[in-house]
Each structure stands twice: as structure tokens, then as C-alpha cells.
Design a protein around this ligand. Structure first.
Ligand code: GLU
Length: 436
């Protein structure tokens, strides 16, 4: 009884957290609302709305993992494929205590649009396990990863569904996924997952690709809005693989990074943070906690600091109806997936704040994942210079097409990007026809 009550309490806590994470909204409802807003604008027919407004496959697993103390814990995980009309399903796997099925469904739908907006031949998927990986030893993390991979292996494969890193997963986790899948197949299958270490079929440039793409999007947006990136003040929320690279490369592009944050809080220096020192500090200490050359601010304060460009690169639901009115940035470039609620979008539109939406701004990661997959299938590799040049090309073209579409329809960049993406997916569904 006591255990059950505790478990129910924990579940309730998770639900509250997940909804609070989307500014009090269910994240999948939010993704569907964005879809319908664009579908209305483009006059999408009802049959296509019915097909694209839902996820094709959603698979939930509960699986045991032996912990270091000998106990057995059971974890819940999901793999969701939203739509595969344009190619195999593609999308990351996250390990986070707030993962829910509805969150994974929203993220899978966004992956479909993201792949379409940059024109790479994938559908959308996402996976997640409800776990705080900070509480696991390396061995427990490996066991959890391998067992989850085995559980979802009927769904994944190089021509079916290709996972990648997302929140709290990294190249090592991808190597375990590749190895587990390969052991079951009886040979090495390099194309089953992307974001792998270089030694086992990873791609040059994949580690930095998402943050690099965010900075390419910021450069394009600044240019379109008549803002000079040199000397522009930038605030980055989140210091994981996306935020840390976005901050580093923004500085390299001439901007001044005045605010950063991670799980330990926010750090503000109006004269500009020394990014080389910050990166060294984070590497040496494992987090930004205690970083000396900055004022401490809360996460809420960080988002409303004076700056020109705000890059939310942490989790979803950060910019909401409650704080959008206080945001001081002129440009928002979404490194995270789903950081802005529809209520905040409406406020930003009214205030003339230009938002580069997640499905465009953070598409650099999956774009270089596509390069990695192509290289794996061909057993061939490109140089980092080639990868970055191709990435730049794709990001610039996708930005220009989205900007044009947004202008033509008189809508936000989010709706413009969705119109481009939904149109491509709808065309693929239509030309393929309905089986049988
Ligand atoms: N998880 C990343 C995203 O949200 C990368 C996905 C991928 O490379 O497949 O875009």
C-alpha cells in the first residue's frame, strides 16, 4: 500500500511537472494547435488533417534494469513515430525524469516538420525514458540503454527508424544503442543510430551541429532584421550540447554573450562572459555551479535580461503567457524543442519580437545526422569542412524559404516554417496514396 501510494504520488508529480513544463499546457495539444494554425492558413484538406494530426505509431515499454545495489527497478520508455511518408522515421532519445508519452508525441510531430523544413528525406520520431540519469552509475546507464534498445528494436533500423542524441543522451549512449542492435542482428549496423562517436561511424561536425545550426539561423535572422551580430548581446538558456555550442559560436561570430544558465542557475555579466573561461570551467567542474565572473540570476530572470538575441536551449515551455511580456530580446532563436507556448507566440507577434522557430533553428542536428546516415550506408566519410559547408547551405536555404513563406502569408516564422513543412509532407502522403 505504502509503496503504491508513493508510486502514485510520484506519477502525479511527473504529470504536474510535464504540464508545468509546457507552461501549464499538454505539450502534444500545443503541437496539434500549432499544426492546425498552419493548416488553416494553407487551407489543408480535412483528410490530410486527419492523417497528419495524429502519430502513426506510439510504443510504450516498461522494462527492468538491475541496479548496482542488486535491486531491480522498472522504467517506462516510449518510441513514437509521427509520420514516415517522406522516408524512415528520425529523432532523438531523451532520458529525463519528466518524460511522458504526450511529450514524446509532440517531439515526434515536430521532428516530421523539422526534417521536411530542411528537405532531408526522413519522417519524424522521438523516444524517451522517464529517468533522472544523474542518479545512475555508468553501469546502470549502460544497462538501461541496452535494455531499452532491445525493447524498441522491433521498431528501429537503418531503413525504418533511426534514433539520435537528445536531452541527457550523448555519443556514448548512441554507441551502446548501435552495439546492442548490432549484436542482435549478428553484424555491425552503423546506420541504425546517428550522433555516434567518430571511431564507430560518427560524422565529423555532428557534435556541434545543432548549436552551429542555431548560430547560422541567428546570423540569417539578424541580417533579415537589420541587426548587426557583431557586438549584439546574446543570452543563452541551457548549457548542454546545444546551448554551450551556440554560446561559443555566437561569441566566435562576434556577438557578446551576457547570460548563460544550466541546472545550477543563471549567470549574468553585462560586459560579456569570457566564453573560453566559461567552457574550461564547465569542463573542469561538470557544471557552471560557482562560476565566479558573473552575477547569479534565477532561470526566470535570465529569460528577461536586457539583450538583443535570446536563445532558449534547455527544455520546452519556458516562454509562456506569464513571462513573454517581459522578454527584452528583439530576436528569439529556439535551440530547444517547444520552448515557446502559443500564448507567448501571440505576445511576441504583437510586440514585434522575431522568433526563429525550433523546427528551423535547431534543425542543424538532424541535418548532420542525415549526413552521418548517408556516410554510414556508403561506408564513406566527408571532412568537417564539407559537412559545415553543406549544413550552412541547407540552413540558409531553409531560412530564406521560411522567411519568404511567412511574408507571403503574412504570418509568423513558426507558421511559415510549418506551412513549408506540412506542404511537403502532405504532397508525399498524396502522391504515395493510401494503402491498400
Ligand atoms: N534530438 C535532436 C533533435 O531534436 C536530433 C535528432 C536527430 O539527429 O535525429 O533535433
Amino acid at each position: 500500500m505504502a509503496v503504491n501510494a508513493r508510486r502514485r504520488g510520484a506519477q502525479r508529480h511527473r504529470v504536474v511537472q510535464a504540464e508545468a513544463g509546457a507552461g501549464g499546457r499538454n505539450l502534444f495539444d500545443m503541437a496539434v494547435e500549432q499544426f492546425h494554425a498552419a493548416a488553416d492558413r494553407m487551407g489543408l484538406d480535412d483528410n490530410l488533417r486527419r492523417i497528419l494530426g495524429v502519430c502513426q505509431h506510439q510504443y510504450t515499454v516498461n522494462f527492468p534494469v538491475q541496479m548496482d545495489d542488486g535491486s531491480i527497478q522498472v522504467f517506462e520508455g516510449h518510441r513514437v513515430q509521427h509520420n514516415v511518408a517522406r522516408g524512415p522515421a528520425k529523432g532523438g532519445i531523451r532520458f529525463h525524469q519528466d518524460v511522458t508519452l504526450d511529450e514524446v508525441k509532440a517531439l515526434a510531430m515536430w521532428m516530421t516538420w523539422k526534417c521536411a523544413v530542411v528537405g532531408i528525406p526522413f519522417g519524424g520520431a522521438k523516444g524517451g525514458v522517464t529517468v533522472d540519469p544523474r542518479g545512475l552509475s555508468r553501469g546502470e546507464l549502460e544497462n538501461l540503454t541496452r535494455r531499452f534498445t532491445a525493447e524498441i528494436s522491433p521498431l528501429i533500423g537503418p531503413y525504418k527508424d533511426i534514433p539520435a542524441p537528445d536531452v541527457n543522451t550523448n555519443p556514448q549512449v548512441m554507441a551502446w544503442i548501435m552495439d546492442t542492435y548490432s549484436m542482435r542482428e549478428g553484424h555491425s549496423v552503423l546506420g541504425v543510430v546517428t550522433g555516434k562517436p567518430l571511431t564507430v561511424g560518427g560524422s565529423e561536425g555532428r557534435g556541434e551541429a545543432t548549436g552551429r545550426g542555431v548560430v547560422y539561423a541567428a546570423i540569417a535572422a539578424a541580417k533579415a532584421r537589420g541587426l548587426d551580430l557583431t557586438g549584439a548581446q546574446v543570452v543563452v538558456q541551457g548549457f548542454g550540447n546545444v546551448g554551450s555550442v551556440a554560446a561559443k559560436l555566437s561569441r566566435k561570430a562576434g556577438a557578446t554573450v551576457v547570460g548563460i544558465s544550466d541546472v545550477t542557475g543563471g549567470y549574468y555579466n553585462p560586459r560579456g562572459l569570457d566564453m573560453a573561461a566559461v567552457l574550461d570551467y564547465a569542463r573542469a567542474n561538470g557544471s557552471l555551479g560557482g562560476y565566479p565572473d558573473a552575477d547569479r540570476v534565477t532561470n526566470a530572470e535570465l529569460l528577461t535580461l536586457p539583450c538583443d538575441i535570446l536563445i532558449p536551449a534547455a527544455l520546452e515551455g519556458q516562454l509562456t503567457g506569464a513571462n513573454a511580456g517581459q522578454v527584452q530580446a528583439r530576436l528569439i532563436v529556439e535551440g530547444a524543442n517547444g520552448p515557446t507556448t502559443p500564448e507567448a507566440d501571440a505576445i511576441f507577434a504583437e510586440r514585434g519580437i522575431f522568433v526563429v522557430p525550433d523546427i528551423l533553428a535547431n534543425a542543424g542536428g538532424v541535418t548532420v545526422s542525415y549526413f552521418e546516415w548517408v556516410q554510414a550506408l556508403q561506408a564513406f566519410s566527408w571532412t568537417e569542412r564539407e559537412i559545415n559547408a553543406r549544413l550552412r547551405n541547407i540552413m540558409d536555404q531553409a531560412f530564406a524559404a521560411t522567411y519568404r513563406t511567412a511574408e507571403e502569408h503574412g504570418v509568423s516564422m513558426r507558421t511559415g516554417a510549418l506551412i513549408c513543412a506540412i506542404g511537403r509532407v502532405a504532397d508525399a502522403v498524396t502522391v504515395r496514396g493510401i494503402y491498400p
